[in-house]
Design a protein around this ligand. Structure first.
Ligand code: F6R
Length: 266
């Protein structure tokens, strides 16, 4: 796993945006996997800026979101569809028909989940999946104990996640207990994963993800099995990493190599 440590959440957003923007420029018909929550907000702001100021073109991009709360209509201000519309889609030139968010009010969740997986396949698979991480190490809503081969399905949220997400709701009792979420197996099929984390409250989850054993108790640790994962984290989220210095040395060597400045010893 490539680990990039940035000085601030703003720098994390800028760095993450360079990866997304490079893909959109190289492959205008790319398929993006998107996340909600606080962490990717800076990334979306930066991509909106690149769209406005540099003409970054999303007109042929397709997107699939990771998850949605069960029971919330797309117009509900806490639904993930609403979040995506207001924080990203309506500010760029993506074709709304090419944006996909699981339906939290599907009548038959099993059929809906299968259809969601099929849609992803029909579009040729996800080129780049943006991921946040829960303080319990979850990716999407794959809570501890989720199968590392899991596919899109219903999942019960842990009380820790319900507590973490209560900050977005007027009343903690309103936080849905169920979500429809891509599985760990679905995520691992993405061609590249971009994992973002900011803040000290994510430090332990990041340590377990990058340096801990691969375990269903920390579903993000399954990313160790993926050949192309880039974790972009701020200093606080990196603060529990044992090999932090080494990850920084790897980045320095990489930059020197790209700039043609690497000195080879005798
Ligand atoms: C959201 C998602 C979740 C969040 C995670 C972190 O679509 O899939 O896994 O990424 O709960 O949330 P924040 O960024 O709010 O700390």
């Amino acid at each position: 796993m490539r680990v990039i440590v940035e000085s601030s959440p703003e720098q994390v957003a800028r760095m993450a945006a360079t990866f997304v923007a490079a893909l959109v420029r190289k492959k205008p018909t790319c398929v993006l996997g998107l996340a909600t929550g606080s962490t990717p907000l800076g990334l979306y702001r930066e991509l909106i800026r690149l769209h406005r100021e540099e003409g970054l073109d999303f007109s042929r991009v397709t997107s699939f979101n990771l998850d949605e709360y069960v029971g919330l209509a797309p117009s509900h201000p806490q639904s993930y569809r609403y979040f995506m519309q207001h924080n990203f889609f309506q500010h760029i030139n993506i074709d709304q028909r090419n944006t996909h968010v699981p339906d939290g009010r599907a009548l038959d969740f099993e059929a809906h989940a299968e259809q969601y997986e099929r849609r992803i396949k029909d579009e040729g698979g996800i080129d780049l999946q943006v991921l946040g991480i829960g303080s319990d190490g979850h990716i999407a809503f794959n809570e501890p104990g989720s199968s590392l081969g899991s596919r899109t399905r219903l999942k019960t949220l842990t009380s820790e996640t319900v507590r973490d997400n209560a900050r977005f709701f007027n009343d903690p009792a309103e936080v849905p207990r169920l979500a429809v979420t891509m599985g760990v197996g679905t995520i691992l099929e993405s061609r590249r994963c971009l994992l973002l984390a900011c803040g000290r409250h994510k430090a332990e989850a990041i340590r377990a993800t990058v340096e801990g054993p691969v375990t269903a108790q920390v579903t993000a640790s399954a990313l160790q099995l993926h050949r192309d994962v880039i974790a972009v984290v701020d200093e606080d989220a990196a603060s529990s990493l044992y090999r932090r210095e080494y990850y920084c040395e790897v980045e320095q060597s990489q930059q020197a190599l790209q700039a043609g400045k690497l000195k080879f010893g005798a």
